[in-house]
Write a protein that binds this ligand. Structure first.
Ligand code: PEP
Ligand code: MN
Length: 339
């Protein structure tokens, strides 16, 4: 439920409501709106006496949250959530688009630093790259682990880009969170609830990729796990779903972008690289994603895709990325966004 405080209510009255809600065994999320504050109270409501909350000084009304996801829902917060990335200072979810680019896997030091410079020069705000790779085959390259994180941190030092990298397991959360500016949860882990809770308990923003067979509701409920565990900074990412179609790796379901915007305040990016699986489809689908209202893109860029340790068919070269960015800027202008 949402406890709507009256515009004239005091901080003390707000704190009192929070205390009462928590005493009843619910979790409270305070949202400071432009003209009034609300307390989203979520959890098992069996022991809750709504009348007692309604009667508190400063409370205007109580409204039920109808959506199954609660704090991720627009019913709780109308204004779009803006998430600031360190150290770049880029804001995801505002007027400016956030473009995240870099190799599929971190392969070596020079590759990482060179790509970071190239994507930064083209206008990216963050460097992506996997140090822990979720590979379909156990014989495929699994990533450089902590060494890869160190290379990314060095690239950050040199370029000022934020670093986005995936965490695969709960025991690695602390380490990945120490190096990363944004912790990524990959498609295969979107419903790994213990991992969602663990990234919800660390301080860095989370990039949550849509599971390849997840519905929009399941996607938002996964985001809800992270927010409910204490981390409101969730960036959603559509990366394509599995369908009967096999001419591309996944079917990039761009309709989810405006659909998410209708029901949630969370920002949503699009990954046209995994979403298509083919380098030639990355640019057209990037443009389509921005036209559809996405808050940015996640794109794999590799200096030599043919020899990439992972995903060689879908990575684009730095010069292609530069061209793509020029076109993205034009579409951005058309939909009243900037880069
Ligand atoms: C990735 O972004 O590196 C990745 C593995 O993507 P996904 O989880 O979307 O497959
Ligand atoms: Mn990849």
């Amino acid at each position: 439920m949402i406890v709507v405080m009256s515009p004239k209510s005091s901080e003390e009255q707000l704190n009192h409501v929070v205390e009462l809600v928590e005493e009843m065994g619910l979790t409270s999320h305070v949202i400071h709106g432009t003209d009034r504050n609300v307390v989203a109270a979520v959890g098992d409501k069996r022991q809750v006496d709504k009348g007692a909350i309604e009667n508190c000084p400063g409370v205007e009304k109580i409204v039920p949250i109808l959506a199954p996801y609660k704090v991720a829902s627009k019913e709780v917060k109308q204004e779009p959530t803006e998430i600031r990335l360190e150290p770049s200072g880029a804001v995801i979810g505002g007027k400016a688009l956030g473009i995240i680019a870099g190799p599929c896997s971190i392969e070596d030091r020079n590759q990482t630093i060179d790509i970071a410079h190239a994507v930064k020069a083209a206008g990216a705000v963050a460097l992506r790259g996997g140090a822990f790779k979720p590979r379909t085959s156990p014989y495929s390259f699994q990533g450089l682990a902590e060494k890869g994180l160190e290379y990314m941190a060095e690239a950050r030092e040199e370029t000022g880009l934020s670093v986005v990298t995936e965490v695969l397991t709960v025991p690695h959360v602390k380490m990945v969170s120490m190096y990363a500016d944004v912790v990524q949860i990959g498609a295969r882990n979107m419903q790994n609830y213990m991992l969602l809770k663990a990234v919800g308990e660390q301080p860095k923003p989370v990039l949550l990729k849509r599971g390849m067979s997840a519905t929009m509701e399941e996607f938002l409920l996964a985001a809800e796990y992270i927010i409910d565990a204490g981390n409101p900074n969730v960036i959603l990412c559509e990366r394509g779903i599995r369908t009967f179609e096999d001419y591309c790796r996944n079917t990039l379901a761009l309709t989810i972008v405006p659909a998410i915007k209708k029901v949630s305040h969370l920002p949503i990016l699009v990954d046209p690289t995994h979403g298509t699986g083919h380098a030639y489809l990355v640019e057209p689908m990037s443009l389509a994603a921005i036209a559809s209202g996405a808050d940015g893109l996640v794109i794999e860029v590799h200096p030599d895709p043919e020899h990439a340790h992972s995903d060689p068919a879908q990575q684009i070269k730095p010069e292609q990325f530069k061209e793509l960015m020029e076109k993205v800027k034009r579409v951005a202008t058309a939909v009243d966004r900037t880069i």
